[in-house]
Design a protein around this ligand. Structure first.
Ligand SMILES: CC(C)(COP(=O)(O)OP(=O)(O)OC[C@H]1O[C@@H](n2cnc3c(N)ncnc32)[C@H](O)[C@@H]1OP(=O)(O)O)[C@@H](O)C(=O)NCCC(=O)NCCS
Length: 267
């Protein structure tokens, strides 16, 4: 096949595509019509469009980028760890609960097609009023074996935006996509433990429980928990020994969002 033929095929693919708003945008941003990633986009996976980024449901071809995002976020690229998601785990998450796995993909610039953010969720029947389990027990194992397909609460497993793409609204977009999911599945709500990621800078002055209480009282801003409270989550208590995360003193805050549209008895 000549170069002209393949360009023609790519153009035809683009024109045949039934999601012109994204296609126009991508091409306007300089995406080559035959970019390797462009023809792997599926309209049903695109949930939200932000400047330069789309939020999608995670598919197999995103798995390596999701792992890279986690490695960049938590710095675990170079060593083995017991609670780090690897590619094989992410693939199982997609099998278990495809609508609950999210990825942010760059759609413009030199990194177009790359995953730069991710969020993972599962369903649980365990209400947020039950005693909070440590992260490892709550998820079952790294494949999310505790996911209950009929569970009526969404449980936030992981959220990460690559450092160089932070503070551009991508985290907010990932929250919006998950609020939309809770509503579309008619779940009671969404709970998680927001890690106290800003604790390190205060560790010389107070212990993590004091820090968490000040964050809940809005006397200190935490980059993660304050952001979650600003999204409409109600903060419960401080949860110590939740997961091994030295930056957060291994602690977080129980956060709960109740679905205002929840209709009991409807599937
Ligand atoms: C938390 C995280 C996902 C936020 O992603 P992001 O794309 O930077 O978030 P956004 O740009 O959408 O910002 C959302 C809000 O957080 C605020 N924010 C983001 N980073 C912040 C920081 N370092 N300090 C203070 N506020 C911050 C923004 O100003 C914005 O504020 P608003 O709620 O008043 O509107 C990202 O910082 C991250 O990956 N952190 C490390 C991993 C982590 O903490 N995961 C969550 C585990 S529970």
């Amino acid at each position: 096949m000549s170069d002209n033929d393949s360009e023609f095929d790519a153009l035809k693919r683009a024109l045949d595509n039934d999601w012109p708003e994204i296609q126009r945008h991508l091409i306007g941003e300089g995406a080559g019509l035959d970019s390797w990633w462009l023809d792997r986009f599926e309209r049903k996976d695109v949930l939200l469009e932000l400047p330069g980024v789309v939020i999608m449901n995670t598919r197999d071809w995103h798995v390596d980028g999701v792992v890279k995002t986690l490695e960049d976020t938590y710095g675990y690229g170079g060593y083995d760890c017991d609670d780090c998601f690897r590619a094989a785990h992410i693939s199982v998450h997609i099998e278990r609960f495809p609508e609950g796995q999210f990825v942010g993909i760059r759609i413009s610039g030199p990194n177009a097609g790359h995953a730069i953010a991710m969020a993972s969720t599962m369903r649980t029947s365990r209400p947020p009023t039950a005693p909070v389990l440590p992260w490892g027990e709550a998820i079952g194992d790294l494949t999310l074996s505790a996911h209950q397909p009929e569970g009526d609460w969404l449980y936030g497993v992981e959220l990460a935006v690559r450092p160089m793409y932070r503070r551009k609204g991508i985290g907010k977009g990932l929250y919006q996509a998950r609020f939309d999911l809770v509503k579309s599945l008619n779940l009671r709500g969404w709970c998680a433990v927001g890690m106290l990621m800003g604790y390190q800078a205060h560790a010389h002055k107070m212990n993590v429980v004091e820090y968490g209480e000040k964050v809940i009282a809005r006397q200190i801003k935490d980059p993660t928990v304050t952001m979650q409270m600003n999204r409409g989550f109600r903060a419960g208590g401080v949860i110590t020994d939740y997961v091994d995360e030295p930056a957060a003193g291994n602690a977080g805050v129980l956060i709960v969002w109740e679905n205002p549209n929840y209709a009991a008895g409807e599937a």
